[in-house]
Design a binder for this molecule. Structure first.
Ligand SMILES: [Cu+2]
Length: 699
């Protein structure tokens, strides 16, 4: 067996080869400089959301490479509203409609984003650059669940090391950008939003007020959603799938004589009575306070833009099983996560180079408890710290140089961080010392990453390639979790403080063809990941959760590898009709050729869109083939192939100078019963759903 592994291992380039390759890429740019510019502006980073209202505060797009994706949110603007098939849908649904993000579902609420077949611990997920960490040991509260569409203008999805600007990651980054008003004379916008969905009787109500003068802006919005249990394609009610959510946000800005600005933002988000049909527990409260103060200056000497922000956020997550009728033992599992941080970044331009230098730091406190109440009242309650008050301090520097070459563009970036973890709670530390007697209360590590991208346009073709290296520290659960129950593979998980950093050597390429009426792109990424972190069965340890099959300990594998390939195309059929299509394939295996969990089978989508006289229509199809590469060790079974259809139609009306956006549609038209590889424990998806949304803009 050992020999087999070695043979397979030799098929991969060794670490040395990668390092030499990377070094050559860097040296080639600085040793053989070329004169002249070929800089192209990106059309995505800043287009629809801030183009008309840039007002000097618009960020200079340093990213020249088209390996990323921007998801436009802006339900307050006609194009943003009508472009999305369901404009008042949750952030989760917006993310799911993206090309590269897939969502793991444990219920109807708070889905977990994955990018390049990697989930949250391998990604950097931020709100306007702010680090924020969920407070649930069972991943019931991804960061994306603490914002709503009313807060955001766009979400930027950056693949692999293109995301290292926001923090250490291996899979990529998702940054959600807050929506703020421009500095503009007599600017007042009020919008009222209403939505209704038939399947789970979801009601959505929102109010958005934006007020600005040349010297300041003030934005406020509230949105409220309430949904009952949904029904699947067989007409069965999916129990514990209801939720209720309230979100409020306030943003303010002061214009400093067009030389800079001071900004402040605050988000309050609270979800109550959230059911998780795929899990044995529900959430009675998930609450976040998210605040930041920023300062920005334009054109200070050679610095074009200098931006700094300090921030703080606090999350409370109360998880229990009080709604479940039959449980072997009652449990309460509250969790808390507080984060404080800052970043300061400067954009400089010199000759053909555009530099971005960023210094950032955050401090996080993660604490989670579990109390078990035996049915026999003579037995004592059991108490555990599942996250033993773990503190994390991470501080780093990021430098990027975007270079306009004679032919094409190049970008080089690096991030170096110092990462420290320490356990404050003595009881929690002693609990972990049962398994790791030598364990220290504190540990530290260094994280380094490097990214390189090159792109070039040749006639109608655009070619983009990238070679990168990244590392990440283990997450709090992976490093210090204590008996975290995973209901998918039915095992208790125990963290491992001795884990090494996970690494990723990454290669990616994209070739796109663009003509007036036709665009198509083919892209692929390959990640070779030494020290891949995953839970492995340890038969010497007894379970804690009643009914659990065994215990898994987090380990570093020798390596794992993940490959993703996708094709997208768009064809302008006529002035009013557009066709879009996509297909993707993913594969992930470990060092012994076992399948990794949550890897998509072949997936495809196609849609036809219509636009005329402010009428917008769409018919769409989405589906996936049978899941052939199943990870049984991680609780997966084969997911059947499926195809579902949806349609939507929208129109914009002008009512005495004001705008009324209306949209209605049907999802899962044929009431198909299905679940996908991302559905935890195979919970079925929603059956047929009719929705209506209305937005009235008073200008
Ligand atoms: Cu939870």
């Amino acid at each position: 067996m050992k020999r087999m592994q070695n043979v397979r291992g030799s098929l991969y380039p060794s670490n040395k080869v990668w390092h030499v390759l990377a070094l050559l890429v860097v040296l080639s740019v600085y040793l053989f400089p070329k004169d002249g510019y070929a800089q192209e502006t990106t059309d995505t980073m800043c287009s629809a959301s801030c183009e008309p209202e840039c007002n000097g505060s618009c960020e200079i797009p340093l990213k020249l490479y088209e390996l990323d994706e921007v998801i436009l949110i802006a339900p307050n603007k006609e194009i943003g509203y009508q472009k999305q098939s369901k404009p008042l849908s949750s952030i989760d649904e917006y993310l799911e409609s993206s090309e590269h993000v897939k969502m793991i579902k444990r219920g109807a609420y708070a889905w977990e984003p994955t990018l390049n077949s990697m989930a949250s611990e391998r990604l950097s997920i931020t709100i306007d650059g702010m680090r924020i960490f969920g407070a649930c040991t069972d991943k019931m509260d991804p960061i994306t669940s603490y914002v709503d569409v009313s807060n955001l203008s766009e979400i930027s999805v950056e693949s692999g090391q293109e995301g290292n600007e926001h923090g250490n990651c291996v899979g990529g980054a998702i940054d959600m950008k807050l929506d703020t008003s421009p500095f503009k004379e007599d600017y007042l916008k009020v919008s009222l939003d209403e939505g209704f969905e038939s399947n789970n009787e979801q009601k959505i109500t929102g109010v958005d007020v934006n007020f600005a003068e040349e010297s300041f802006y003030l934005d406020g919005d509230v949105i409220y959603r309430k949904a009952n249990n949904y029904t699947d394609g067989n007409g069965e009610e999916v129990l514990y799938s209801r939720y209720e959510k309230f979100n409020l946000s306030v943003n303010g800005g002061l214009n400093l004589n067009d030389e800079g600005k001071v900004t402040a933002s605050f988000i309050f988000d609270q979800a109550n009575d959230v059911g998780y049909p795929a899990l044995p527990m529900d959430v009675s409260l998930a609450r976040a306070f998210i605040g930041a103060i920023g300062y920005e200056q334009y054109n200070v000497g050679i610095v074009k833009n200098w931006k700094s922000k300090i921030y703080a956020n606090s999350i409370t997550h109360i998880m229990d099983d009080s709604q479940r009728p039959d449980v072997p033992i009652r449990m309460d599992m509250p969790g808390w996560s507080d984060t404080f941080g800052f970043y300061s970044q400067a954009e400089l331009e010199h000759s053909r180079h555009s530099f971005l230098v960023k210094v950032d730091s955050y401090y996080n406190r993660s604490l989670a408890e579990m109390t078990m109440y035996p049915n026999d009242s003579n037995q004592a309650d059991m108490f555990m710290l599942t996250w033993p008050d773990v503190r994390t301090w991470n501080t780093g520097i990021f430098v990027q140089d975007a270079i306009a070459l004679e032919k094409g563009n190049m970008s080089l970036s690096t991030r170096i961080s110092y990462h420290r973890n320490w356990i404050v709670d003595e009881f929690g530390l002693n609990s972990l010392r049962i398994f790791y007697p030598e364990m220290e209360a504190s540990q530290h590590r260094f994280l380094a990453s490097f990214g390189s991208n090159y792109d070039r346009t040749i006639n109608h073709f655009k070619l983009a390639v990238g070679v990168s290296y990244g590392t990440r520290a283990p997450s709090v659960s992976e490093g210090f979790g204590f008996y975290l129950f995973n209901s998918s593979d039915n095992h208790d998980y125990i963290g491992n403080p001795d884990l090494k950093n996970e690494q990723a050597y990454e290669m990616k390429a994209r070739i796109s063809f663009q003509k007036k009426s036709f665009t198509a792109s083919l892209q692929g990424s390959y990640f070779y990941m030494p020290n891949y972190i995953i839970g492995e069965i340890d038969e010497s340890i007894g379970t804690m959760t009643i009914g659990a099959e065994g215990v898994k300990l987090y380990r570093n594998l020798d390596y794992a590898s993940i490959a993703n390939v996708s094709v997208q195309s768009e064809y302008l059929l006529s002035k009013n009709w557009t066709w879009k299509g996509s297909i993707s394939y993913h594969r992930g295996v470990d060092d012994t050729n076992r399948n990794l969990p949550f890897i998509s089978p072949i997936a495809y989508g196609s849609s036809v869109q219509f636009k005329k006289n402010r009428i917008f229509g769409e018919v769409a199809m989405d589906g996936a083939g049978e899941q052939v590469n199943v990870s049984e060790v991680f609780g997966e079974d084969k997911t059947e192939a499926y195809t579902v259809f949806s349609l939507s139609i929208g129109k914009t009306f002008t009512v005495s100078k004001n705008q009324l956006y209306a949209k209605a549609g049907v999802e899962n038209i044929f009431d198909t019963y299905y679940s996908t590889y991302t559905d935890w424990n195979n919970i079925p998806r929603m059956g047929r759903n009719v929705f209506v949304t209305l937005s009235y803009k008073i200008i």
